[in-house]
Write a protein that binds this ligand. Structure first.
Ligand code: JRK
Ligand code: MN
Length: 497
């Protein structure tokens, strides 16, 4: 193990310290109840974009909420997010996406195995394990259980291949030694779990809570099947991650994790999971999911009151990690997919205002002309690519916009959709593709639940496929010559404005 203090993107505790020095963290030393109160504080913090609230508790762990929420500094709203990957606080969402894609095409850098690390400072086995004594928070009054796992990395390995998958998938406490968690197709954890069922053996797992922030990001990104996320992180950092072996199985976890829960996921036993307040802002009362049981064999944790990170998903009036991570990282992967297929796409983004159900695809119009295509052909091609891939799973509406539109600016996106996309003729429907069953109009709407309900909306006028735009945009920026604009700006305060 290296002894020098690692940078914030490689160490969760250094990350917490960085937020504190950014004046973007509220240290709460008063006791806060994990039964709804911790979550209510966190949810309000997302919505008001106030500092990230860690709550103290008399139990084993401290709690950090809203680690991926928008920051309290209106000048740098994405500061907390870009801190995860070692970018400077003023980095934009576009810079963040560029960073997450920067290891594409590079060989992965496999992690190094170290003897021990901070996560091994304390160990609990057998009768000492009692999940019900941990401050696992109840996140919403309709929830069916206390969710200990909302921001940890779920680590599993394919039973016969070298592929080790890292992802985030929720899990709630069932009793002293058991949890139950969502294992949903087509996620990689579900693909690997299906292979364990085939093999007839329970699936070893580890959940690393308070893991290196850059690893949390890669775990929330829909990297292609077979990619070992820890190797992608190594390539992103230009150096290997340090991992340490689990106590009770052969998996490896980031040595600098706050808390590690390990054991096996049963291939036969299931229990009721949820209701859970999900990423679209609903906790459905009729949720009747039966999901696999996680049997816990050991818990290890860092000394000095280990920190349990939590996410409290909800309405994106206050964007939380299910929007800032899931949406932004899906945007990155979709951009990569379209660009590697030779399409003239500059950027892709899932506006938080749409609960990350929509993605705006920004097209380089000059390069579009060269393709000699039209709306129908172009939109169908993009829909076929995105809606048939796992990275497009969560997206139900793709908006094809021109390069006069900033996809990160929702006012731009909604203006082009409202004014350039003719209802009916400019909409290309996909009813034979896999749906995202968590979207409320799929789970609780009319029609089939598992397929369809997706559309590509063409927000380019027909002539934009061939030539320069035939309009002048009527705003201050575009509607006036430079000398008039300069004059107005010069005289602005004289006018008493
Ligand atoms: C799931 C879910 C989740 C957070 N995917 N993701 C973040 C991401 N099940 C879940 C989830 N949870 C997720 C949450 O399959 O329970 C950041 C805070 C998204 C995945 C992502 O992590 C990865 O799609 C998957 O790319 O990895 P690969 O590509 O390797 O398969 C739930 C909420 C929490 C835990 C807060 C999910 C959630 C959809 C939900 O309930 O809304
Ligand atoms: Mn994966």
């Amino acid at each position: 193990m290296t002894t020098s203090t690692p940078p914030p993107h490689l160490d969760f505790r250094a990350f917490v310290d960085a937020l504190r020095s950014d004046n973007d963290l509220a240290d709460i030393n008063a006791e806060v109840d994990p039964n709804l109160e911790v979550a209510a504080v966190t949810r309000r913090a997302y919505e008001l974009q106030s500092k990230a609230p860690p709550g103290a508790h008399d139990g084993l762990f401290r709690i950090l909420g809203a680690s991926g929420g928008l920051s309290s500094d209106p000048q740098f709203p994405y500061r907390r997010l870009v801190r995860h990957v070692g970018l400077s606080p003023n980095a934009s969402l576009g810079d963040f996406i560029d960073k997450m894609l920067s290891a594409k095409g590079k060989p992965g850098i496999p992690p190094v195995h170290v003897e021990t690390g901070p996560c091994k400072e304390n160990k609990l086995f057998g009768n000492d394990i009692d999940l019900t004594k941990l401050p696992a928070p109840l996140l919403n009054k309709a929830d069916g259980g206390n969710y200990i796992q909302t921001m940890g990395i779920n680590i599993v390995q394919h039973p016969t291949k070298a592929w080790v998958n890292w992802s985030i998938a929720r899990a709630m406490v069932l009793d002293k030694t058991r949890m139950v968690g969502l294992i949903m197709k087509p996620q990689h954890i579900a693909r690997i779990y299906a292979q364990w069922i085939e093999s007839g053996k329970d699936m070893p797992f580890a959940i690393a809570l308070g893991a290196p922030p850059i690893a949390v990001m890669a775990s929330s990104m829909p990297l292609p099947e077979g990619v070992t996320e820890s190797e992608y992180v190594g390539a992103l950092c230009g150096e290997p991650l340090e991992l340490v072996k689990c106590e009770t199985n052969d998996l490896y976890v980031p040595a600098r994790s706050e808390i590690v829960i390990e054991g096996t996921v049963s291939i036969t036993e299931r229990a009721k999971e949820g209701p859970f307040g999900e990423m679209h802002g609903y906790s459905f009362l009729d949720e009747e999911l039966m999901e696999p049981i996680y049997n816990v064999a050991a818990i290890t944790y860092r000394s000095g009151n280990a920190i349990l990170p939590i996410s409290v998903p909800g309405r994106a009036t206050g964007p939380d990690e299910t929007h800032t991570l899931i949406g932004t990282l899906a945007s990155a992967e979709i951009r990569q997919l379209l660009q590697e297929n030779g399409l003239p796409v500059l950027n892709v983004f899932t506006p938080y205002e749409t609960q990350v159900i929509w993605a705006a695809v920004q097209v380089d119009r000059k390069k579009l002309w060269v393709l000699e295509t039209n709306a129908e052909e172009f939109c169908r091609k993009i829909g076929q690519l995105v809606f048939r891939r796992k990275c497009g799973m969560q997206i139900h509406r793709l908006l094809i916009v021109g390069d006069d539109i900033d996809p990160f600016n929702f006012k731009d996106v909604i203006w082009s959709y409202a004014s350039r996309c003719r209802p009916g003729m400019d909409e290309y429907h996909f009813e034979d593709v896999a749906a995202y069953p968590l979207v409320p109009y799929m789970s609780h709407g009319p029609g089939t639940k598992l397929t369809g309900g997706k559309v590509v909306a063409n927000c380019l006028l027909p002539h934009e496929y061939k030539q320069e735009q035939m309009w002048v945009t009527c705003d201050f920026e575009n509607g006036y010559p430079e000398e008039i604009k300069e004059k107005v700006l010069r005289r602005w305060s004289d006018f008493g404005l």
